[in-house]
Design a protein around this ligand. Structure first.
Ligand code: ADP
Ligand code: MG
Length: 345
């Protein structure tokens, strides 16, 4: 009883204090940059925005993260009960009905396959599923070559009228890991836009999109050194743009002097090894995500050729020898290739 009395008295005191402080808080109408992180889609995701109402902004950020969790559930191939897992299990036997969102993403993925001469190919998973980068498992040459004919985006047949996916070949599997994060980032930006935010950044792993500026200044996005997570070799000033980096350091293991990592060359079923990282800047995160994976597979010459051919994108590549290559829209180099800490200002 005595305890309750004391705490009630203490609470009364707190209310008085809050009442005294409240008008001051209201006067300053707290506007601020708000930054939040969450672990979703197997990576670190982040949102930053200019907020003039902390509660409303926290809610908006929570809906971005909730939508990322929803997309993860729709697309994950690791979880057995996702729509995508059902497609992989059944589509070689019969057409499988999927949600409009998944259907549209698969359709866009197939368009990127055409645009990149098959470097971007969601059927990479026909061989890709034989790798486990956490467990340091890769297929031997015989297993890789046996599964290789499953890779070919022409094996995926879409029927828009019935919203179905069908595979023309047994053994074909698909995985949307090359665009799912970009899609999630674009969705996040759309959610924030609809809520009225016009200065914001949404990031998921290597994929980032920005709307607006930082009051007359651009946002600064660091491109990390493939050899050192803590170091950016380049800092890019961006407004209203998306940027994605694909690297051989995200999910990998080294064995026998070779790196096995998560970006697979559809021609060989083996990890692509002619670049260390590929960064693409463009209008949407879906586009930069798909193209960064594509350029990584294509390598320096054909990768830059693709970027130069497309009007709305630029790229920065790091070769295995550590050379940095820029597409013509970025050359001469924006900033000398000095080592700059990757922390945002
Ligand atoms: P991250 O997932 O680390 O952001 P990327 O955007 O480069 O990196 O995407 C790599 C992912 O894309 C892989 O984890 C895999 O799910 C998928 N992928 C791998 N190779 C290909 C390919 N040739 N075409 C399309 N998707 C691919
Ligand atoms: Mg990508």
């Amino acid at each position: 009883m005595a305890y309750t009395e004391t705490s009630r008295r203490a609470r009364g005191f707190t209310w008085v204090l809050l009442a005294l402080l409240a008008p001051i808080g209201a006067d300053t109408a707290h506007a601020e940059w708000l930054y939040r992180e969450a672990a979703i889609m197997g990576t670190r995701c982040a949102v930053e925005l200019w907020s003039d109402d902390r509660n409303r902004s926290e809610q908006a950020i929570a809906s971005v993260f909730a939508d990322m969790r929803r997309i993860d559930l729709l697309m994950s191939t690791w979880k057995p009960d996702t729509q995508l897992a059902a497609v992989n299990r059944l589509a070689a036997d019969k057409p499988v009905v999927v949600s409009q969102e998944l259907f549209d993403l698969i359709r866009v993925a197939l368009e990127y396959s055409k645009e990149t001469a098959g470097a971007f190919d969601i059927t990479y998973a026909s061989v890709g599923y034989l790798y486990d980068f956490r467990q340091h498992i890769h297929p031997d040459a015989a297993a890789r070559l046996a599964a290789l004919p499953g890779i070919n985006y022409h094996h995926v047949v879409l029927d828009a009228a019935n919203r179905t996916v069908r595979f023309t070949r047994k053994g074909t599997k698909i995985d949307l890991g090359g665009i799912a994060k970009g899609h999630a980032v674009d969705r996040g930006i759309e959610i924030l836009r609809r809520a009225g935010y016009d200065r914001a950044m949404v990031n998921s792993g290597g994929d980032t999109r920005i709307i607006g500026d930082r009051f007359g200044k651009p946002w600064i996005v660091g491109v990390r050194d493939p050899n050192n997570e803590a170091v950016s070799f380049l800092r890019l000033p961006l407004t209203d743009a998306a940027i994605s980096t694909s690297g051989d350091y995200e999910r990998y293991f080294d064995e026998g002097g070779q790196r096995f990592h998560h970006i697979i060359d559809p021609k060989t079923g083996d990890s692509a090894r002619s670049l260390r990282s590929a960064t693409v800047i463009g209008p949407t995160a879906l586009r930069t995500d798909a193209l960064s994976t594509s350029v990584f597979v294509l390598g320096p010459e054909r990768g830059l050729e693709l970027i130069e051919r497309l009007q709305d994108v630029d790229a920065v590549l790091v070769t295995p020898a550590g050379k940095v290559l820029y597409s013509s829209g970025l050359a001469p180099p924006v900033v000398p290739a000095a080592s700059v800490p990757s922390k945002p200002d």
